[in-house]
Design a protein around this ligand. Structure first.
Ligand SMILES: [Zn+2]
Length: 307
C-alpha cells in the first residue's frame, strides 16, 4: 500500500530460484531468463520469455482479454520496434508492479522444476540486456571453467561487446556442486565431447569406480514440473483432489476456506475448457477468489487506476 501511494508506476521482471539439494525450482515473470548448464554441456532454458514479440500464446491471451497488440506508430503507416501491448506500450506480457498498463499484463509466474544429476550444474540468471546480446548456449560457453563470480562478470562483458549498451545487464551465476566438491568446474570452452571431458576427469582423479558413477549420472536432468498458464482452470485442471475433502465438504482451491456445495463457483465456469466427460465441475472457488482469478487472467474490468 505504501508503495502504491508513492505513485511509482514502473514495474519489474522477477526470476525466483530455489535450490534444494539437486532439485531446482524457478518461478519467473517477464524476460529475465534462467538457464541451466548441466555438467555434460547441455544447456537448457528454465524460464519462458514473456515477450509479446516472441510468444504467440501470450499475444492470444492478451488479445482475448481485450488488450491491443501492435508496434509503435512513428508516422502514418510506419511502425517501429517490437510488439507492444496497449494501453501502456509494454513489450512484456507479464510483469509485476506496472501500474500504468492494462490489466492483461499479469504477474502470474511460469514455474519449472528440474532435478539435476548428482554431478550438479550451473545456473545463469540474467536480465534482458544480456540475452538480447547473447544466445543461451554462448553465455554458458563463454564462462565455463571460471568460478561463479568471475563467470557472471564474463557473461556481462561478452554481452557488452557487440554494442556496448549497458542497459539491463545484470547477471548472477550459481554453481550447484556436490558436497564433497569432487566435481571439477564445467570444462573450459574447448571443443570437447562428453566422453573426452570424462576422460580428462578420470585422468585428474585416477579412480575407475568414481568414473563409473559419473558415467551413469551423465546427462540426466529430469523434468519434474512445468506450468506457465495464466488460466487458473488450466493450472488446476479437473483434478478432484484439488478442492474436495474426504468428508464431502468443499474448500476453495485458492484460499482453502470451507465452502457449502451450493457456494462454490466452478473454476471452469464460463470457460471453454471441456468438462463434458467428467461430471465433476470443480475445483471450486469462493466468491472472493473468483475476483482474484479474473485479475490473474487479466480480465478484471478495472485495475488500479493511476492519475
Ligand atoms: Zn477463496
Amino acid at each position: 500500500m505504501e508503495f502504491q501511494r508513492s505513485g511509482v508506476t514502473s514495474g519489474t521482471t522477477v526470476t525466483f530460484v530455489i535450490v534444494d539439494g539437486w532439485t531446482t525450482t524457478v518461478a519467473s515473470v517477464g524476460d529475465s531468463r534462467c538457464i541451466l548448464d548441466a555438467r555434460d554441456g547441455a544447456v537448457s532454458v528454465l524460464t519462458v520469455d514473456h515477450r509479446l514479440e516472441e510468444n504467440s500464446e501470450e499475444r492470444d491471451r492478451v488479445a482475448a482479454s481485450g488488450g491491443q497488440v501492435g508496434r509503435l506508430h512513428i508516422a502514418e503507416g510506419i511502425e517501429f520496434g517490437p510488439l507492444r501491448c496497449w494501453p501502456g506500450g509494454l513489450c512484456l506480457s507479464r510483469s509485476i508492479g506496472d501500474m500504468d498498463v492494462g490489466e492483461f499484463i499479469v504477474p502470474i509466474p511460469h514455474v519449472k522444476q528440474v532435478k539435476l544429476s548428482n554431478v550438479g550444474g550451473r545456473l545463469i540468471i540474467a536480465s534482458d540486456g544480456v540475452w538480447d546480446a547473447l544466445p543461451s548456449e554462448m553465455a554458458a560457453k563463454y564462462c565455463r571453467g571460471l568460478p561463479a563470480p568471475l563467470a557472471a562478470k564474463e557473461v556481462v562483458k561478452q554481452a557488452l561487446r557487440p554494442k556496448g549498451l549497458r542497459d539491463d545487464t545484470t547477471c548472477i551465476v550459481v554453481d550447484i556442486i556436490p558436497p564433497d566438491h569432487s566435481a571439477p568446474l564445467p570444462a573450459a570452452p574447448k571443443k570437447q565431447n562428453i566422453l573426452k571431458s570424462l576422460l580428462c576427469w578420470k585422468h585428474s582423479h585416477n579412480s575407475i569406480n568414481k568414473l563409473a558413477k559419473k558415467l551413469s549420472a551423465v546427462s540426466t536432468v529430469e523434468e519434474l514440473f512445468e506450468e506457465g498458464s495464466a488460466m487458473l482452470s488450466e493450472r488446476l485442471g479437473n483434478d478432484s483432489s484439488a478442492s474436495k475433502t474426504t468428508a464431502g465438504l468443499f474448500v476453495c482451491a485458492i484460499c482453502r476456506e470451507d465452502l457449502a456445495p451450493s457456494e462454490g463457483i466452478s473454476v471452469h465456469a464460463g470457460s471453454i475448457f471441456s468438462t463434458g466427460s467428467n461430471p465433476w465441475q470443480g475445483p471450486f472457488l469462493c466468491a472472493n477468489c473468483v475476483d482474484k482469478k479474473d485479475a490473474m487472467e487479466g480480465k478484471r474490468p478495472s485495475g488500479v487506476k493511476v492519475a
